[in-house]
Design a protein around this ligand. Structure first.
Ligand SMILES: Nc1ncnc2c1ncn2[C@@H]1O[C@H](COP(=O)(O)OP(=O)(O)OP(=O)(O)O)[C@@H](O)[C@H]1O
Ligand SMILES: [Mg+2]
Length: 306
């Protein structure tokens, strides 16, 4: 288990991470969401021993990051923000170096490096120096070194940043495939990733934890949750008709779409369906909305700013 206990970091007068406390169980993919400067990377750097906390601590399967840091670090793989260090090394040499630093020797080193190279599809760039790689390949080399020792905890700072759509898909698949056996913490600005990847999501702003929920729980906070959106001709006439439904709280017409928001009682989708059939409207699209994460994100982080 991973446990943060009042983890705090100041930079001068700036409180970058403000008293974070939570626990994460194996099998969880925890997503860190939050505006630029929220403290996501700083939290990850403290967890992985790259930055000392100002106060508080964390334990990784019982090992305290402050007084048992080496044991804690052995349990973790970390993809930092930006590019891997040692830019002058070739990809193959860098990965061998990391494997040896992790304590592997001989055949085991070759096997571990070979496995990571295959998983991140790096064979074509093995001989190339890291500094000459494209951004996406640098990211993939960083991921390869993070998973080399198959650690029970993975801390990945924006793992899909800079990847092309195919590689984004592959990296998400890889993370999902490894996830059942691990604690995975990822930060991201890609909100679709929360649904595609995470079983739990946190919204952080100004170092503080503002939401901690499942992706479905966050979506349920959206005003669009269980709203019904229609694309059809004569939206204004439809809007006034649907606005009269007892199941509807509010109707909005925007950019050629009509959205009906649910009142607290009744099944709005069925009620709208009945009206559509009864009036014999020609409807191009009709959709039950799961909720919009971008709106929840703005609401939660905006409240903080206000
Ligand atoms: N070494 C440092 N010295 C001073 N301030 C720092 C340092 N590292 C981070 N900060 C500040 O701490 C705050 C949190 O930064 P952090 O990198 O953790 O944000 P983030 O949530 O990862 O943002 P992003 O989404 O842009 O990656 C920012 O205001 C940043 O400027
Ligand atoms: Mg960051």
């Amino acid at each position: 288990m991973l446990e943060l206990k009042s983890l705090t970091r100041r930079f001068g007068t700036l409180l970058a991470v403000d008293n974070l406390s939570f626990q994460v169980e194996p099998g969880t993919v925890l997503g860190f969401l939050g505006p630029n400067g929220a403290g996501k990377s700083t939290t990850m750097k403290m967890l992985t021993g790259f930055l000392a906390p100002t106060a508080g601590t964390a334990t990784v399967f019982g090992h305290d990051i402050r007084n048992d840091g080496l044991a804690a670090r052995k349990k973790m793989g970390y993809l930092p923000e930006g590019a891997p260090l040692y830019g002058e090394l070739s990809v193959a040499r860098f990965l061998r170096f990391v494997a040896e630093a992790r304590g592997f020797r001989g055949d085991e080193t070759r096997r571990r490096v070979g496995d990571a190279v295959e998983r991140l599809d790096l064979s074509e760039v093995l001989g190339q120096s890291i500094e000459t790689l494209s951004k996406g390949f640098k990211r993939r080399v960083g991921l390869a070194q993070a998973i080399l020792h198959d650690p029970p905890v993975l801390v990945l700072d924006e793992p899909t940043d800079g990847l092309d759509p195919n590689q984004k898909h592959e990296v998400r698949r890889l993370i999902r495939e490894m996830a059942p056996r691990k604690i995975t913490v990822v930060s991201t600005h890609i909100l679709e990733e929360v649904d595609a990847l995470c079983s739990r999501a946190m919204i952080i702003a100004r170092g503080r934890l503002l939401a901690d929920d499942t992706p479905a729980g966050l979506l349920a906070q959206s005003r669009y949750h269980n709203a019904v959106t229609l694309v059809m001709d004569d939206l204004e006439q439809a809007a006034s008709k649907l606005g009269e439904l007892p199941e509807s709280r509010e109707v909005e017409v925007r950019r050629g779409r009509l959205t009906v928001f649910p009142a607290s009682k009744g099944n709005l989708f069925e009620a709208v369906m009945r009206v559509v059939q009864h009036e014999d409207w020609q409807v191009d699209q009709m959709q039950l909305e799961p909720g919009r994460l971008d709106e929840v994100f703005r609401k939660v982080t905006g409240q903080e700013a206000a």
